[in-house]
Design a protein around this ligand. Structure first.
Ligand code: VGL
Ligand code: ZN
Length: 211
């Protein structure tokens, strides 16, 4: 029988980027992205604390292929901080694509953390931007709230969920990824790579039936 969790005041659900642009019909649609919404709503009802991230880009964000003439979306470019995948324009500040999926029950969220708002740096992780040094401030927030275990869900498994999970470990939290409440982009094997790296690093992969 699989482990069931009894949740306490030091547990938080971290809902990653459940936004229109990552769901069907969106600018960077993740296959079946919207399928996570009912599961996450169920989790939100069970968790004592929950927070969400929102990918939140200025119109001319450097992660957009449109800002690199001659380059295609889903290709790579070199940024001052290293290689960066180029994306279709997505999650633009204030537009419908950056809004949460309309069925996501956001009332119990205690914090909404926006990321990716600096035009020059992308930010997959909820903790550090893609230069791996610029902090979002989330570690301090969680520490001051005395959160010890972080449970992640949302979009996409192999990018923002993955980077957030690895950074949460690095920041000293106990980390769980609720796999069936995530969906992946899966660019050239990125999902398998992310799952393997998470397992090897000490992230526990669990399912929403554990609650
Ligand atoms: C994401 C690519 C670009 C994500 C965000 O939420 O996983 N992926 N921006
Ligand atoms: Zn983005």
């Amino acid at each position: 029988m699989s482990k069931t969790f009894s949740l306490t005041d030091s547990d938080a659900l971290l809902v990653i980027d459940v936004q229109n642009d990552f769901c069907s019909g969106g600018a960077l649609a993740v296959p079946e992205g919207e399928a996570v919404v009912p599961l996450i709503n169920g989790l939100l009802r069970k968790f004592p604390h929950s927070l969400a991230t929102q990918d939140w880009h200025p119109r001319q964000h450097k992660s957009f292929a449109s800002q690199h003439p001659g380059k295609d979306a889903f290709g790579l470019t070199e940024m001052p901080y290293g290689p960066q995948v180029l994306w279709p324009d997505h999650c633009i500040q204030g537009q419908k694509g950056s809004a949460f999926h309309p069925d996501l029950e956001t009332n119990s969220l205690e914090l909404v953390l926006r990321k990716g708002f600096r035009a020059e740096i992308d930010s997959y992780s909820a903790f550090f931007e893609n230069d791996r040094t610029t902090s979002t401030g989330l570690t301090g927030y969680l520490q001051q709230r005395k959160i010890k275990r972080v449970f992640l869900c949302g979009l996409a498994t192999d990018f923002c969920v993955y980077y957030s999970a690895i950074d949460a470990l690095r920041e000293g939290f106990e980390v769980y990824v609720i796999e069936d409440a995530c969906r992946a982009i899966d660019l050239e094997g990125s999902l398998d790579k992310a799952l393997k790296h998470m397992r090897e690093s000490g992230v526990s992969l669990i399912t929403s039936t554990s609650f």
